[in-house]
Ligand binder design. Structure first.
Ligand SMILES: *Cc1c(COP(=O)(O)O)cnc(C)c1O
Length: 230
């Protein structure tokens, strides 16, 4: 399906009502769930149209693509979330221009972001990406390594560790998807029980965000269901 500005508003409203229903079914306040519109591979005009439809938070995966889009959208007060793999030599524009990074899986990258974050800027919000299902080609730290990385990141000055993120592969059914998201939630609860104060579970994409909301997602990252196929 081709999605232009008019039906983009329709798609935004449709996704928002699905989020609302999933939240209510879980006994949660729909306002406690942040919709991140994943605009990778889509032009700045699509972001502008989604912003006009009320979306405030956008996710990008590639530094170069994001840079040119942010230039074109500098007039809009948007929150930008970096959700892609990070090469250590490409941290500067992320530290300069983004509000959140969801895909931290190495201390060295967090340290560079902290060093490069401007002193006058608000701390950069971070999530640790957890590989709940081992996939060698994808990013993420194994669950057992999360506590040590979390403690190390908390010692860095220009960052604020907010929580955990995951990108599991598509699951055969809803029960399996919920099982995976429940593991990310338990991991967050364990960190908080050991003294952290984390409030973010970044989980759920177009194919599984209702399951993620049922298990406590605070941020859902949705591309295809809003903007169509990439
Ligand atoms: C592309 C991407 C998404 C959005 O995926 P859709 O299936 O299009 O909703 C979410 N999170 C990450 C990390 C992505 O790379």
């Amino acid at each position: 399906m081709l999605i232009g500005p008019q039906n983009l508003a329709v798609q935004v409203n449709h996704v928002r009502s699905r989020i609302r229903l999933a939240a209510l079914a879980a006994g949660r306040d729909p306002a406690s769930i942040c919709l991140i519109a994943v605009s990778k591979g889509k032009p700045a005009e699509s972001v502008r149209a989604a912003a006009t439809a009320g979306v405030t938070d956008f996710g990008e995966s590639y530094v170069q693509e994001a840079n040119s889009k942010l230039d074109q959208l500098a007039d809009l007060p948007l929150q930008w979330h970096f959700i892609g793999g990070i090469q250590s030599n490409k941290t500067r524009p992320i530290a300069d221009r983004f509000h959140w990074v969801h895909s931290i899986d190495r201390f060295s990258v967090a340290r560079r972001l902290s060093e490069q974050r401007a002193f006058h800027a608000a701390p950069l919000n971070l999530c640790i990406q957890v590989a709940l299902v081992p996939e060698p080609t994808k990013g993420g730290v194994e669950p057992a390594s999360v506590p040590e990385l979390a403690t190390a990141i908390c010692a860095l000055p220009r960052l604020k560790l907010r929580g955990l993120m995951c990108v599991p592969p598509p699951q055969p059914d809803e029960a399996a998807a919920r099982g995976i998201f429940a593991r990310l939630r338990s991991l967050l609860e364990e960190l908080n029980a050991s003294g952290h104060d984390l409030d973010t579970l970044s989980m759920g994409m177009s194919g599984d965000f209702e399951s993620a909301i049922a298990e406590g997602a605070t941020h859902v990252r949705i591309g295809t269901a809003l903007f169509g196929d990439r």
